[in-house]
Structure formats: C-alpha cells, structure tokens
Write a protein that binds this ligand. Structure first.
Ligand code: F0G
Length: 394
C-alpha cells in the first residue's frame, strides 16, 4: 500500500515524508492511500495483548498510517455508554483525558519519522496536554502557544507536568494559532495542530471504533462539538472511507455543534457555506472558544458528504446539558456537553427523531475544567460533631 499527501482542492500530490501542512496553492492537505482495507483484522485485534493492537488508533493501522514504530500509550479503546436512549462515546477516557490523544499518537509518530526535534501547537488546553505527554514519551521538546488566562486549570497543569514550554500569548486562540504557524515555519519546529493531516488520520478512529462498538451497523447520527473543526473533518473522512471500503452499508449523518458565541461554522452553514466567517469568539466552553477554524474547508466537505447539519447552542444550554451528563455519573467538560444540548435542540426542531440512533461524542474528561464543576449549593461546612451532621441532613 502506498501513502501520500494530497491537496484537497487541486489534487497535487507530495511525498508522505515531506514536512508541509498546506499545498503551494494554499489549500489544506490530506493523507491518501491506495487499495481497499478489509475490516476482519480489526475485530481479531480487540482480544490481542500487543499494545499496538490494544490502541484504539493503531488497531486500525492499515487505514491510519503505515509505520514500523508508533509512539503509543496505547490510547483509544474508550467506552460507549447507553443512557437516556442515547449513546455516548466517552473520549475523555483517553490517557490525557481527551480525544486529542488519538490524533497526537499519529502526529508525534510522524514527527519522529521525519526527524523532528521539537514539536509545537496552539491550544485551548487539551491539544497542549496531549502534545506534552506524547512529546515526553518520544523525547522531543514540546512548545505550546496558549491564550493567556483562558485555559482551564486541569489542562494547564497537565501540560506543565509533562514538561512542555508554555508560551502564554496576549491574545485569543486564533492569534496563538497564527503565531505558532509562523514560528514553526521560521524556526523549523514540527507543527501538530489539526492543520497537520496526520492528526486527522488518528482522529478518524473515534468514528471507526464506535462503528466497531456497534458491530458495524451505522447509527443514524454522530454528534460532535466543533471548534477548530479538526474532528468534524476527521469524522467526514472516516465515514467516506468506511463506506468506500465496504465496512458500513450506509452513511450516518454528522451534526456539528458550536457555542453561540463561537459560531463561525454555524453562520457559514446557514448561508449554504457561501461565505467563510471569522469572528471574535466568547463562550463558557473554553475548549471551543475559536473564531477562525483552520479546518473549515475539510469540515464543509464532511457536512456535505454526510448530509449533515451544523447547530449552535447557548452557554446556558451547554451548562444545563453538562449537569445532565454529570448527573448520569459519566461527566464531561463543558465543550463536550454541547453535543447533548445540540441533540435536544435538533429533536425539538424535528431534525432528529425519537426513534433514531444517535451517538454523542464526549470529547473531554470531567476533571479538565475543575472550576466548571464546583456546585456551591452542595457544599456545607460544619463543626466536627454528630449533632451538626444530624442538623444538616435533617
Ligand atoms: N471538545 C474539546 C474538549 C476540545 O478540546 C476541542 C478542541 C473540541 C471539542 C473541538 O474540536 O477543534 O476538532 O473542532 N480543542 C482544541 C485544543 C482546540 O486546543 O485543545 P475541534
């Protein structure tokens, strides 16, 4: 099997080992390969003890990346919960607590393969935590660009603990993103944001694994929160390929959910993608506080190819949905709860039906954003006496 990089717009091909993130024409690149992949081996690997097979990413390696050595924890192999008539694929169960590990194992593997010594990303926190962990494992220097004061404390703590250098940018995520691209170009650092097509190859396995969890019977909908649009893009590619390889008989529809205050993709969708919007973003869901998503063009294809929809939800709807998911004993960070908020809204609008099978992808762990979890009304300070306990619980 041969693999190469290909421009999504003009089709120009580049060697798989070339370090580049966009085509000479300025458009995004994707990893492409020839041949048809059979899914039988994937099911056998579920019972294997080899770390490479236990990884929910490398279990699908024929469709991810052809390498001799992978930098793997292993990651993936997350659970699919059935609650309230919905399915929840909990990507917060990954090694660093978010779905980012699925893309990062592939991007850092590729970084080692091309001889990089330093890796960098811009991040709202989860990508940086994941990068820091995988770079530490690979022995690479990690540099992360984050919006100063805008990253949830759990994510920042992880990033620092794993030893990354943290550049706190006086500006928003979009400014950090522009700056890291320039810095990587100028300083020869390997860039691992989802503009890097190897990230997308890893993140496809969220969808492949959930299809495998369902014995390859496609659900009606797959719902995902949308920020920089890497995941939406990856899900579209995963579904196109799963269908082309004959792993599933029909395409599920994608629903990408944005926060109302960070909704450039939703705005484009309502105009049939005629215009690409760039906005100043603000939302309680700090993970998706992004106004100029880099993977816009790939995400448009993902929505079109799956007959998908883009929806927006308010911060109040996100927080209410988070309480519901936390109350199920599963829990997630605010951005992940946008999925359930989106489903509620799309059902009310009649876009989704009660009898349809819907999978929500919970992207981040409940401990990522501790401040968002604090419920003052449940906390009571008392004297250390049994009388005080009885009084409070009466
Ligand atoms: N959910 C969580 C928990 C995230 O951390 C992110 C993105 C998203 C959803 C949105 O995914 O960008 O692929 O559309 N976090 C990035 C980061 C931006 O830096 O951690 P997307």
């Amino acid at each position: 099997m041969t693999e190469w990089l290909q421009c999504i717009e003009c089709g120009t091909r580049f060697d798989i080992l070339e370090v580049r993130y966009t085509c000479s024409c300025g458009n995004l690149l994707s990893v492409e390969r020839d041949g048809i992949v059979d899914r039988d081996a994937f099911d056998d690997r579920r019972t294997s003890r080899a770390p490479i097979d236990q990884s929910g990413v490398w279990r699908f390696r024929e469709g991810v990346l052809n390498v001799d050595r992978a930098i793997t924890h292993p990651e993936g192999a997350t659970r699919l919960y059935e609650r309230m008539g919905l399915l929840f694929k909990h990507e917060g169960e990954n090694p660093t607590g978010s779905f980012k590990d699925r893309g990062m194992t592939v991007a850092v593997t590729q970084a080692v393969r091309v001889g990089a010594r330093a890796v960098a990303c811009a991040s709202t926190g989860n990508t940086s935590a994941s990068l820091a962990a995988y770079a530490a494992q690979a022995g690479l220097r990690a540099i992360v660009f984050v919006p100063a004061g805008k990253v949830a404390s759990g994510k920042l703590a992880q990033t620092l603990a794993y030893g990354a250098t943290v550049l706190q940018i006086r500006g928003d995520f979009d400014a950090a993103m522009r700056l890291v691209r320039e810095a990587c170009d100028r300083l020869g650092i390997y860039l691992v944001n989802s503009i890097n097509p190897f990230r997308i190859e890893g993140q496809k396995t969220i969808v492949w694994e959930l299809l495998q969890d369902l014995d390859w019977s496609a659900p009606d909908w797959i719902v995902v929160p949308a920020g920089n649009l890497g995941n939406t893009s990856a899900f579209g590619k995963a579904l196109r390929e799963a269908h082309a390889h004959g792993w599933i008989a029909r395409m599920p529809r994608l629903a990408s959910i944005q926060a109302h205050g960070a909704n450039p993709f939703y705005r484009s969708f309502t105009e049939s993608f005629g215009t690409r919007h760039r906005i100043a973003a603000e939302t309680v869901a700090s993970a998706i506080r992004i106004g100029d998503p880099v993977s816009h063009d790939k995400a448009v294809a993902a929505i079109r190819d799956t007959n998908g929809v883009v929806e927006e939800v308010t911060d109040a709807e996100i927080l209410a949905a988070k309480r519901t998911i936390d109350g199920l004993g599963i829990g997630c960070e605010p951005a992940s709860a946008a999925t359930l908020a989106g489903v509620t809204k799309l059902k009310a609008a009649g876009v989704m039906r009660e009898d349809e099978r819907i999978v929500c992808v919970l992207t981040g762990n409940i401990l990522k954003d501790p401040e968002a979890n604090y419920r003052a009304e449940n906390v009571v300070e008392i004297d250390a006496s049994i009388e005080a306990v009885e009084r409070v619980l009466a």
